[in-house]
Design a protein around this ligand. Structure first.
Ligand code: ADP
Ligand code: ZN
Length: 617
């Protein structure tokens, strides 16, 4: 009798210390951001809503409480591929985890359900439609439950970009299991979505943990298009053998770019909605499993891609809005290691996007919002300020300090007073009847006589030749910035002719001055700073060792048919290359090396480090 009464006290004793779990299981030595507070809250039975940017470390917020509390944790996740990789990663850590989804055979599913009932699992990942089946709910009622984690919780909201009707049924969890803590997690933080999550999942009493939007390890670069092929080639040359994503606006651009890069011997695959479902799946799978594959894709690719070691996202064509840009670039560097986001944009793109918008469906109010979003994006592109400051301000997060990790910070540019140039450019548009494109107007300004100009009599205009002192490429930049600033519009009917907007008037009248951002020359870009990715590996010997360690990782991953990053993250390998651990004890101090991985792979990696030291000496 007495022992029964004492049980609740002993349950407290059973609870492991979160730091100890972090170190021994995951091999990490400090919590990030709100992790410690969230884990403490949930481990003690509280409900929580966690909003954290991609790569912020949401998984640990339920995985550690799952290991601290007795019973099984049930994780709801909408994406099958993602569940499988998470479970593969947990198994590598020696955690007892399993998946229940439609890809399993009846026997496999029955085996997992049996293990659940017998209390042999720490975590089970379940698709939402299976979770709410009466049969499964009754299994849950007979199991000891540690907690429910609802991942990608924005899927419950119709506001979001990713609504899943099955998620609505998750409301049943609050009714059927009122004593089991529930934690909902998402990277989508806007308020309507957040309120929807709270209402639909009955999380009114949950504590909210909302982190900022910043992704400090992503380096932002934005460059005007001059020779896009060459610009892409130069970028890729600096990112050899790194996994990345190249986004293009259309299927055709994807196919052309992928074919060209493939022809140059690069490890690339295409992805767009025009490919068959099986081709798309195969390409996505190869991208996840390979550690140096580049995906050339339309924005159809990326949803739910949880590959943590994507080292770059290159926008060969600009995105449609700052929100889209943030989301697409956010697929880089989820592992927290340095990653690069590079965007090319040009006047043609602006015209094209405007045109798509004008043709698109939706009412005028909707179109006005979309136009506003495009304008904000151009403002970001042409800004001379710290990119991160501009980006975060757009989301309402104002920062005093510049980031030191974007092109504006690393290669500061000084604006030039373009008031007179702008007046000349605007006059050229006006005097030629608002019927010509940039190429023609630049010729008029530079006084380049050609037949078309003579025939139209434009060589007799006062503006003819008034811009000889400025290079053609600079004029191109001027026109682009006038469009971006909303003083000039590109005719959406497609001939590319420029017309003036009312915003041009004060500049033409000399009532308003204008500053332009100088376009950086490619050569200036090429010499700029070290590659983000190699910054913490300054010694060439360390870089070589890093590549050796990566080779070993790939070999181990292939043998087990798992993605390389579930063995070790790039960041862990880079730290090994820097610290060169001589023993298992020293290796255990490297971030990302927990007890299970130390036992499985420790000897191999210490031996490689030793062999490298020997060769190097
Ligand atoms: P999210 O789901 O928020 O996008 P993840 O949970 O996948 O992010 O975590 C992103 C990466 O950061 C993972 O590789 C994870 O192992 C790592 N990570 C999370 N928390 C920590 C920590 N405290 N210390 C070191 N690495 C961490
Ligand atoms: Zn900056």
């Amino acid at each position: 009798m007495a022992s029964v009464l004492l049980l609740p006290l002993f349950r407290g004793v059973r609870m492991r210390d979160p730091r100890e779990v972090l170190a021994s299981v995951f091999g990490y030595h400090a919590f990030r951001g709100d992790q410690a507070a969230i884990i403490d809250h949930v481990a003690h039975g509280g409900d929580a809503l966690v909003v954290m940017p991609t790569g912020g470390g949401k998984s640990l917020c339920y995985q550690i409480p799952a290991l601290m509390r007795s019973g099984i944790a049930v994780v709801v996740s909408p994406l099958i591929a993602l569940m499988q990789d998470q479970v593969a990663a947990l198994k590598q850590l020696g955690v007892r985890a399993a998946v229940l989804n439609s890809t399993l055979s009846l026997d496999e599913a029955a085996a997992t359900e049996g293990a659940m009932r017998r209390g042999e699992l720490d975590l089970v990942y379940v698709a939402p439609e299976r979770l709410v089946l009466p049969r499964f709910l009754s299994i849950l009622e007979r199991s000891e439950l540690a907690l429910f984690a609802i991942d990608e919780a924005h899927c419950v909201s119709q506001w979001g970009h990713d609504f899943r009707p099955e998620y609505l049924q998750l409301a049943v969890l609050a009714e059927r299991f009122p004593a089991v803590p529930r934690v909902a997690l998402t990277a989508t933080a806007d308020e309507p979505t957040r309120n929807d999550i709270i209402a639909r999942l009955s999380l009114g009493k949950a504590r909210q943990f909302i982190s900022g939007f910043d992704r400090p390890n992503i380096r932002y670069n934005v460059t005007a298009k001059s020779n896009p092929r060459a610009q892409l080639a130069r970028f890729l040359a600096a990112h050899r053998d790194e996994p990345g994503i190249i986004y293009c606006l259309s299927r055709k651009r994807v196919d052309d770019t992928a074919a060209a890069l493939h022809g140059e011997g690069l490890n690339v695959l295409p992805y767009h909605a025009g490919l068959s479902a099986s081709e798309r799946n195969a390409n996505q799978e190869r991208f996840l499993r390979d550690d140096s594959m580049v995906m050339v894709a339309t924005v159809a690719f990326g949803m739910g891609i949880d590959k943590p070691d994507v080292r770059f996202v290159f926008h060969a064509d600009p995105p449609k809005s700052i929100e889209a840009y943030y989301q697409e670039t956010g697929r880089a560097g989820r592992d927290g290691a340095p990653a690069e986001a590079h965007m090319l944009y040009g006047l043609q793109d602006m015209a094209l996007l405007r045109q798509l918008l004008a043709r698109g469906d939706g009412d005028e109010a909707h179109r006005r919002v979309e136009r506003h979003k495009l304008t904000a994006l151009w403002g970001y592109c042409e800004s001379m300020r710290c990119r991160r400051q501009v980006l975060l301000e757009y989301f309402g997060d104002t920062r005093e300090v510049t980031c030191g990790n974007c092109d504006s910070c690393l290669t500061p540019v000084t604006g030039w007073d373009g008031t007179v140039a702008a007046q000349k450019a605007l006059s050229a548009i006006y005097r030629t009847g608002q019927r010509y494109g940039v190429g023609y107007l630049v010729d008029v300004l530079r006084g380049e006589g050609n037949e078309r100009i003579t025939r139209a009599g434009h060589d007799t205009l006062a503006v003819f030749g008034v811009g000889r002192d400025i290079e053609a490429s600079t004029w191109q930049s001027v026109f682009r910035q006038l469009v971006a600033g909303g003083l000039v519009e590109v005719d959406v009917e497609g001939h590319g002719s420029l017309t003036l907007t009312p915003e041009a008037r004060p500049v033409l009248r000399g009532e308003k001055s204008i500053t332009f951002r100088p376009d950086l020359r490619p050569s200036a870009k090429a010499v700029r700073g070290p590659r983000a990715v190699e910054e913490d590996l300054s010694d060439p010997g360390d870089v070589a060792l890093f590549h050796t360690l990566r080779g070993k990782r790939l070999e181990l991953a292939k043998a087990q048919n798992v993605p390389p990053y579930v063995i070790f993250h790039d960041r862990t390998l880079r730290e090994m290359a820097r610290k060169k651990p001589k023993s298992l004890d020293e290796l255990a101090r490297v971030s990302g090396v927990g007890a299970s991985k130390l036992e499985r792979y420790g000897a191999d990696f210490v031996a490689l480090v030793a062999a490298h030291a020997h060769v190097g000496a």
